[in-house]
Ligand binder design. Structure first.
Ligand code: PRP
Length: 211
């Protein structure tokens, strides 16, 4: 039997993903060791392999078949636009993609002014402003701490993930518009979906009992 390979997004979702897998009897003790620099982990008994990757790279590994299955936030799946099958909403990692900024930026959105939008998600932001709102904007790609942008005057608004809302609150910013709700998703390589359909169906069945 060949290994079924999983690419898991690093960070907030990884812990919950490992917890969920444990509940259905898939364990990988090695992976819990935070100090380890090991990149790939194997469960010989079940013929499974796991690796952690940066979120935006997960759909890439899955599209090319280097991983059969990926687990990552829907924000990343939407942003990357890779050819993968989205097969399951895992129910955790719930948050919202929002347009945020100072309250004073509200009229700029309402009147479709040409404004600057800072974001880690240029494709999602483009789709929202151009295709849904029909508002011409300038999109500025950033890689983190997006909330800084309106504070230091880089942009009028941001498009970013809001989970608890505390980052916004602590910086005097607020949600101005909601783009879409988000959660953790399981994605599958289209070829793996056919070649490993029995194992994948069995995995999905087990996961569905836990979510
Ligand atoms: C995310 C997001 C917000 C924050 C939202 O950033 O970009 O900054 O979390 O969470 P909250 O609503 O619970 O405050 P993350 O911590 O992933 O890091 P980043 O700023 O480097 O993108």
């Amino acid at each position: 039997m060949r290994y079924l390979t999983f690419a898991l997004g690093k960070g907030r979702l990884a812990r919950q993903t490992l917890e969920l897998f444990e509940k259905i009897g898939i364990t990988c003790e090695e992976m819990k060791d935070r100090d380890s620099r090991k990149l790939i982990f194997t469960n010989e008994e079940l013929k499974l392999r796991f690796f952690l990757a940066k979120g935006p790279d997960v759909p890439t590994y899955v599209e090319y078949g280097a991983a059969d299955i990926g687990i990552v936030g829907e924000d990343t799946i939407l942003e990357e636009g890779r050819k993968v099958h989205e097969v399951l909403d895992l129910g955790y990692g719930k948050c919202r993609m929002c347009v945020c900024g100072y309250e004073s930026a509200k009229p700029l959105l309402k009147h479709h002014e040409i404004i600057r939008v800072a974001t880690k998600y240029p494709n999602i932001a483009k789709d929202y402003f151009y295709n849904k709102k029909h508002q011409t904007v300038e999109i500025i790609k950033l890689n983190g701490s997006i909330e800084l942008a309106p504070i230091v005057g880089l942009s009028e608004v941001i498009v970013d993930i809001v989970e608890t809302g505390s980052t916004l609150r602590e910086n005097g910013l607020e949600v101005l518009e909601e783009v879409c709700p988000l959660s953790a998703r399981m994605i599958v390589n289209p070829v793996s979906m056919r070649m490993e359909s029995d194992r994948i169906k069995d995995l999905l069945k087990k996961l569905r009992t836990q979510i």
